[in-house]
Design a protein around this ligand. Structure first.
Ligand code: AMP
Ligand code: ZN
Length: 716
């Protein structure tokens, strides 16, 4: 998190409120949008979350505490007798399950529940699921059957009287159709309920609520016309609908050919189910949405939601999700309201393809030809239903065009199945500590010089082998003898590097499924498997880790030697180890200290010393720690076995053991292995087709074991 101190959180909250208020004013009052609804929602969600975590910072004027916008002064105001509420949002199945759980708890405890013994949860909730039409909310008042007032939502209590404009909408009946008792009974009303409804429709007050929309067809037609006439186009159908209702000339409204879809009816009436409202509204002469339906449980809700997500494109109007309503209206009173909206319904929205998040850093990734490409490292954000941590930035020109700085709040977008990109920077949310982005002068991968490619926007590392070296380092780290991350072959590592997702070994540990899914040849399952195998190696064997760092001249054996030394110093056995401890240990060693280690020659010692004192490597180690990687000591490092102090050299192949198994066995028992025969060698184990090591052993009088002898030694 970028904002951790209370002061920083307060500052962020202030900035968010100011900016959200600005966009809300534009959206609700001026009917225009500088940013997408999804991006604005995303800012609101961040504010909501921050306030949830820091409730002492909530103020009554925070945009999270209010509904909608302000009524425009040019309209007569209309006070809603029954408030027009906002809805709470859910974006995934878990949100929906949590919501049901909260409701069940309330219902379980309620003494008001009729028919259920002590209210104990033996029942399941039935829902009516409706399309969340993306238009302008409207309340229509019918007085003794005649259309009297049409009013916008406004701030939920006071809206704008737009009656004249509403009159131009053909699908709004100017007088109610009066249904027959028979018709009403057929759709499930009792005769008393039917009677009450007919009375209200004929001689009482009825409010019908719904959504004024511009269909996609009309939207396209109008924009074509405006283009011909040289007029500015409508931003989207929702703006088109809102803008035409909230202006003073009914002629313009009429030209826009708007539509009205109803979903709510209020008044002195008595209904049992939300699902009945649709049938009643139809009988009164209103347009309703045919797709809406009863779902017996949340599983059916999820199925409907998925299905409509696919059919969405084909609908005549735009929707931004569904609204899931508890179908039994007697439960509405028990559940009631909380804050800005009711508990008995939930907006179950489609995942946003645009969200806001912050750029933590910009990394430079080196391509096959040495070209440096900037990649934004993001605070994890959910976009299009997946969590992502990276976005492409293309090149320096793109960064300049966006005006991006490190630390900025940005809008990212996922269009189709590609890596998300940064589409807009929100500079008003800056606090002053944002950092300018510059092309590195030396290559972050290899330390080589960076040059601008003549006549192009690209920069390039002059070191021709840079890419190959980087890639080799990455593949070495994940290989079997090192971190041993299953499924990360050379090809995939290369793809991850090319996409800018991984530029050093620590980056493997910040990948999310969402980062991988959009990649070519990555199905959901594959992405999931890779993330799982990375997670399975968040705790790495100490010696494998040291080997995996790719320090020159450090093979497996030397890595084990170093690991043993380290453990002897720290006196840790079979337990977990922090990377920090490794950093400290090696950081404190002088070159002389390292040279004195067993099996470590002067060249190796220098290589270790240099590697450890390079800033870049320090940074990678710290990043590994930050990304949740830790170490453990391995059994093979146990020093007190029966072979303790005995050094083996292996040559040739054995029948019963592989070379690696033999090595592991020796280490487990505390023995040492050396790659070459020397004075320090105690035994040479010779299998079939031994190499020159055997000759050398013979010459220098080192004891030789065949496979059988070796097995006896380790087993007996
Ligand atoms: P929000 O503006 O996100 O708080 O969502 C509430 C708004 O969703 C309402 O004011 C309506 O304009 C709109 N809406 C669209 N379809 C429905 C529906 N089927 N039921 C309730 N509200 C709906
Ligand atoms: Zn380079």
């Amino acid at each position: 998190m970028l904002h951790t101190t209370k002061a920083a959180i307060r500052q962020r909250i202030d900035r968010l409120r100011a900016q959200i208020n600005h966009y809300r004013y534009e959206y609700h009052v001026l009917d225009k949008s500088e940013i997408s609804d999804a991006a604005l929602d995303s800012l609101k969600n961040e504010l909501f979350r921050l306030e949830l975590e820091n409730p002492e910072l909530i103020t009554p004027d925070s945009p999270t505490q209010r509904v909608g916008g302000k009524p425009l002064a040019k309209f007569i105001k209309f006070r809603h007798e029954i408030g027009m509420y906002s809805l709470y949002d859910a974006f995934n199945e878990q949100d929906m399950r949590d919501w049901q759980e909260r409701n069940m708890n309330i219902l379980d405890k309620s003494p008001l529940l009729r028919g259920v013994p002590e209210g104990r949860g033996v029942f399941s909730l039935e829902y009516f699921i409706e399309l969340k039409v993306d238009g302008l909310a409207m309340s229509l008042k019918y007085d003794r059957g005649m259309f009297a007032v049409g009013a916008t939502r406004g701030d939920g209590e006071i809206g704008e009287d737009v009656t004249q404009n509403i009159r131009t909408i053909e699908s709004v009946p100017l007088s109610l159709r009066v249904p027959e008792s028979k018709e009403l009974e057929k759709i499930g009303l009792s005769s008393a309920q039917a009677k009450k409804l007919i009375v209200a429709a004929q001689s009482g007050i009825i409010y019908v609520r719904g959504e004024v929309v511009m269909t996609k067809k009309i939207f396209a037609k109008l924009n074509k016309k405006y283009a011909r006439e040289g007029k500015p186009p409508l931003a989207n159908p929702r703006n088109g609908a809102a803008g035409s209702i909230r202006q003073l000339d009914p002629k313009i409204t009429a030209e826009r050919e708007l539509d009205f879809y109803s979903y709510e009816i209020l008044g002195d009436i008595d209904l049992s189910k939300q699902s009945q409202k649709r049938e009643v509204l139809k009988l009164l002469g209103f347009k309703v949405i045919a797709e809406n339906r009863i779902c017996e449980d949340l599983e059916e809700v999820f199925a409907f939601y998925k299905d409509i997500g696919i059919k969405r494109e084909k609908l005549p109007f735009e929707i931004d999700g569904t609204v899931v309503k508890v179908n039994d209206l007697s439960l509405w009173d028990i559940l009631g309201m909380v804050g800005k909206g009711p508990r008995y319904m939930m907006a179950y929205k489609f995942p946003a393809m645009q969200v806001t998040t912050r750029v933590k850093n910009v990394a430079w990734q080196v391509g096959r030809t040495g070209t440096l490409t900037p990649v934004a490292e993001l605070e994890a954000a959910e976009v299009g239903g997946v969590t992502v941590t990276h976005a492409t930035l293309h090149n320096m020109d793109e960064i300049n065009r966006l005006g991006l700085k490190i630390g900025d709040t940005v809008i990212i977008e996922r269009a189709g199945d590609v890596i998300p990109k940064v589409v807009q920077v929100l500079p008003k949310l800056r606090i002053g500590s944002e950092k300018k982005i510059t092309v590195p002068k030396i290559c972050p991968m290899c330390g080589g010089r960076v040059e601008r490619v003549e006549g192009e926007v690209a920069y390039r590392c002059v070191n021709l082998s840079c890419y190959a070296v980087t890639l080799r380092g990455l593949t070495h780290f994940v290989s079997k003898s090192a971190a041993d991350i299953e499924g990360l072959g050379r090809k995939i590592v290369e793809q991850l590097e090319q996409e800018g997702l991984v530029s050093d070994i620590a980056d493997f540990y910040s990948l999310t499924e969402g980062d991988l899914k959009p990649l070519e040849r990555f199905a959901e399952k594959k992405a999931q498997n890779i993330i799982e195998s990375i997670n399975a190696r968040r705790v790495i064997d100490l010696s494998r880790f040291i080997y995996g760092l790719g320090i020159r001249h450090i093979g497996e054996e030397t890595a084990i030697t170093l690991a043993k030394k380290l453990l002897a110093q720290l006196k840790i056995k079979n337990s977990k180890l922090k990377i920090k401890e490794v950093i400290n240990y090696f950081g404190d060693l002088s070159l002389e200290d390292i040279k004195e280690m067993k099996d470590v020659g002067p060249i190796v010692a220098e290589s270790i010393f240099e590697w450890w004192h390079e800033k870049k490597n320090q940074a990678i180690l710290e990043k590994l720690e930050k990304n949740g990687v830790s170490l453990k000591t391995e059994e093979r490092l146990a020093e007190s076995g029966k072979l303790a102090g005995i050094t083996f050299v292996l040559t040739g192949t054995m029948a019963k053991l592989t070379r690696d198994e033999a090595k592991d066995k020796i280490r487990e028992l505390g023995g040492d292995i050396s790659e070459s025969v020397s004075k320090k060698t105690d035994f040479v184990v010779a299998g079939l087709e031994p190499g020159s090591k055997l000759d050398k052993a013979r010459k220098s009088g080192v004891k030789i074991l065949d496979e059988e002898g070796f097995l006896k030694m380790i087993n007996g």
